[in-house]
Design a protein around this ligand. Structure first.
Ligand SMILES: Nc1ncnc2c1ncn2[C@@H]1O[C@H](COP(=O)(O)OP(=O)(O)OP(=O)(O)O)[C@@H](O)[C@H]1O
Length: 261
């Protein structure tokens, strides 16, 4: 690790089973508060990993460490084999074009139409200038999330579920290799939550994206997860498939499943 040089993700050979995010014994404190104590997580290419945990357990802090917005106090986070804490600004920028986020709000620009919101990353990140190409990509992306009819609407004219779909289309339009979903179904009714969860699953299948999905929503976990990890008090306490964890005898693990199952 000492003399490692960072190369850009696109230089890496792609293999099945490749670990695209490797979190190794990270800890993070804010003042006297030890938020992450010892977190380990490997995300393989094409895999959906759901992180379950109660509020304030450091799930969002973990995500911020993956994209270099926060630096762990100890341990390493490698993305595509490169240590994020050793990346310079150019490398971090390159990394963030490969890693898409979907935050709770969907993070659309309120003053822009849905079309303009989706064009924005195409012009900014992919540097596409040809209007016909922009139109084609925007329409395809919106069609993929069932929102083509809303192309000229403002975010304020959309329901919460539609905003989430538009946010997902905007993130996916640059084809990130890794997706980080921070509570993608929070604030949505059960039917819309299910639709978003199914969309997350279909995105994984269609684009072979590798995703970390942070959620409290057990149905979202059930629909989307290839693997579930449960986080409590700064460490991961259990890991397995949804069905394996559902059968667990551990009291804390059971407490997550008893809510809805
Ligand atoms: N930049 C920061 N400075 C100080 N404290 C922070 C910072 N970021 C997070 N924290 C603290 O770390 C703890 C974990 O926060 P985090 O947002 O990761 O929780 P979470 O598990 O994602 O919870 P939730 O489900 O409520 O979003 C919280 O107590 C929060 O106040």
């Amino acid at each position: 690790m000492q003399n490692q040089t960072n190369s850009t993700p696109k230089d890496k050979p792609v293999t099945d089973n490749e670990v695209v995010v490797d979190i190794n014994h990270i800890s993070k404190s804010f003042g006297a508060k030890d938020v992450l104590k010892d977190i380990n997580l490997k995300l393989k290419r094409g895999e959906n990993v759901v992180v379950l945990g109660k509020s304030g357990q450091g799930k969002s802090v973990t995500i911020q460490c993956i994209v270099g917005l926060l630096t762990p106090d100890n341990g390493t986070v490698k993305v595509f084999g490169d240590d994020v804490s050793r990346m310079n600004e150019v490398e971090l920028k390159e990394l963030r074009t490969k890693v898409g986020f979907l935050f709770q709000s969907g993070a659309l620009y309120d003053s822009m139409t849905v079309r303009d919101n989706l064009e924005f990353p195409l012009t900014r990140i992919l540097k596409i200038t040809d209007q016909a190409e922009l139109d084609k990509r925007v329409e395809e992306a919106l069609d993929g999330v069932g929102l083509l009819d809303a192309i000229d609407k403002l975010p304020s004219d959309l329901s919460g579920g539609m905003r989430k779909r538009a946010g997902l289309a905007r993130t996916m339009i640059v084809r990130p290799e890794i997706m980080l979903y921070d509570e993608p179904t929070t604030g949505l009714d059960p039917i819309t939550s299910r639709e978003i969860s199914e969309l997350i699953l279909s995105m994984q299948k269609k684009y072979k994206t590798s995703s970390i999905i942070i959620t409290h929503d057990m149905e979202c976990a059930k629909i989307t997860a290839d693997r579930v990890v449960i986080m409590n008090e700064g460490t991961y306490i259990a890991e397995g498939s949804f069905d394996e964890l559902k059968r667990s005898d551990d009291k804390l693990v059971k407490s997550f499943f008893n809510v809805t199952t």
